[in-house]
Design a protein around this ligand. Structure first.
Ligand code: PMT
Length: 407
């Protein structure tokens, strides 16, 4: 069962399995990590395969198991550098005495040690070995070298060992091990939360070849989606047409028109903790979409009148819900930023509005950077020009603070 706000949700865990009798527990560990929402890939040392088969681990993780450093087939699919970059955490469980020695001395002579050398993410080791091996000065020196270098030491536990002896050296039981691994991700941001974001423009069809739209590129909304996913949230990104690839680990729901965006949001907003409306939604759409291309008038008429009808206000409907999520709007303005933004904050019953000055072409629509002011009922925050991604991280921090403060 997933816990309500588990920190492992959406996390990528590279599980390294080394040779020792406790290797069989890595099968259960894989399942339990997945139950918490983690995506698990496996690297096994050759000696680990003597204790548990790669086939078992492949079936459980639902991905090929990585065994060799110099295998052209696996390297071309996901090589050691990609594996190291892919992971949010490398967890070696069980970690044998031999592995600790080779890791501590910086070896890179098999896949697992090489991935650890190439890692920029956190690395955790859960040792498991005979009590005499664990207490040997060489092993103690190796583990303290690794801890000194920032490797997280999880266990070992004390008790009856597989060899019949009693002492320190047992792999931590799965429950406390999962707890300790979860704690490594406890950054206090959006783990276990669901965030629904709208992004990009909408297109309102006039006829089969023409539409009304705006200059939104989707960059700000996609950057927020990536930042929210990195903060551990489940992210649903309902996006109008853009040229961007959806960020990884984000559920992407492509739409075209405001009516489609409205429908996509209504269908998903029931269970979300946060709603962020970054989309530049068209306020109006043509009352009638012509089924054939409108022809230019041939004689006399130099004007064409298009009748428009109002689109639903997506964010206002979200904010009017009984159990409304924490609701954040964006306001692109060319003048009187604070006045207009605060008006929208109040009229739409939002918890926060992000005012975006779009009179300057360096920020706002289609730029890679932005500068904003966040308005809340009793507070405001200026965020000077920076990349849309950096801004998004600051916004996510601010939203997370509000969620934490909520009763
Ligand atoms: O996509 P980029 O190129 O990166 O540009 C980003 C951006 C400038 C589009 C973005 O930062 C931004 O400011 N988006 C809001 C655009 C806007 O002007 O919204 P608005 O003032 O029309 O609407 C206010 C809020 O209501 C917004 O959260 C909007 O998503 C929402 N809204 C509006 C109309 C409508 N029918 N439904 C809505 O949900």
């Amino acid at each position: 069962m997933k816990t309500a706000f588990n920190t492992l949700n959406n996390r990528r865990v590279l599980l390294g399995v080394t040779g020792g009798i406790a290797a069989y527990k890595s099968a259960e560990l894989t399942r339990r990590l997945q139950d918490q929402g983690a995506d698990v890939r496996i690297v096994m040392t050759r000696s680990a395969t003597e204790f548990i088969t790669p086939l078992t681990m492949q079936a459980l993780s639902r991905h090929p198991v990585h065994l060799d450093l110099l295998n052209p087939d696996t390297e071309s699919v996901m090589g050691h550098i990609e594996l190291a970059r892919w992971a949010d955490l490398i967890l070696i469980a069980p970690a044998s005495a031999n592995f600790l020695a080779r890791f501590a001395s910086g070896h890179g002579d098999d896949l697992l040690t090489t991935v650890c050398l190439a890692a920029e993410c956190p690395v955790a080791i859960a040792p498991a070995m005979n009590q005499a091996m664990w207490s040997k000065p060489a092993t103690q020196d190796n583990q303290s070298i690794l801890v000194h270098r920032g490797v997280h030491l999880l266990g070992p536990d004390s008790g009856l060992q597989a060899c019949g002896e009693i002492g320190a050296g047992r792999l931590l039981d799965i429950d406390p091990l999962i707890e300790r691994v979860s704690a490594l991700f406890d950054t206090g941001k959006l783990q276990g939360r669901t965030v629904l974001i709208t992004a990009g423009p909408t297109r309102e069809a006039i006829d089969p070849v023409r539409f009304i739209s705006n200059h939104s590129s989707g960059k700000q909304g996609y950057a927020l989606a990536a930042a929210a996913a990195d903060a551990g949230a489940n992210v649903i990104l309902v996006s109008g047409p853009t040229n961007l690839s959806p960020p990884e680990r984000v559920e992407h729901v492509p739409v075209i028109s405001a009516m489609q965006m409205h429908e996509a949001v209504q269908a998903r907003v029931g269970d979300v903790d946060v709603f962020i409306g970054v989309a530049a939604v068209a306020d109006y759409r043509p009352t009638l979409t012509q089924s054939q291309k409108i022809k230019k008038a041939t004689h006399g008429k130099s004007t064409l009148t298009l009748e428009l009808v109002e689109n639903p206000d997506i964010i206002a409907e979200v904010a009017a819900r009984k159990n409304k999520p924490f609701t954040v709007g964006f306001a692109a303005e060319t003048e009187q930023l604070e006045t207009f933004a605060r008006k929208k904050l109040a009229q739409k019953n939002l918890d926060m509005i992000v005012a975006n000055n779009v009179s300057n072409t360096d920020i706002g629509f289609n730029s890679d950077q932005n500068a904003i002011t966040v308005y809340e009922q009793d507070d405001s925050l200026d965020l000077p020009m920076m990349s849309k991604r950096a801004l998004s991280e600051k916004l996510i921090d601010r939203i997370a603070e509000h969620l934490r403060a909520k009763p």
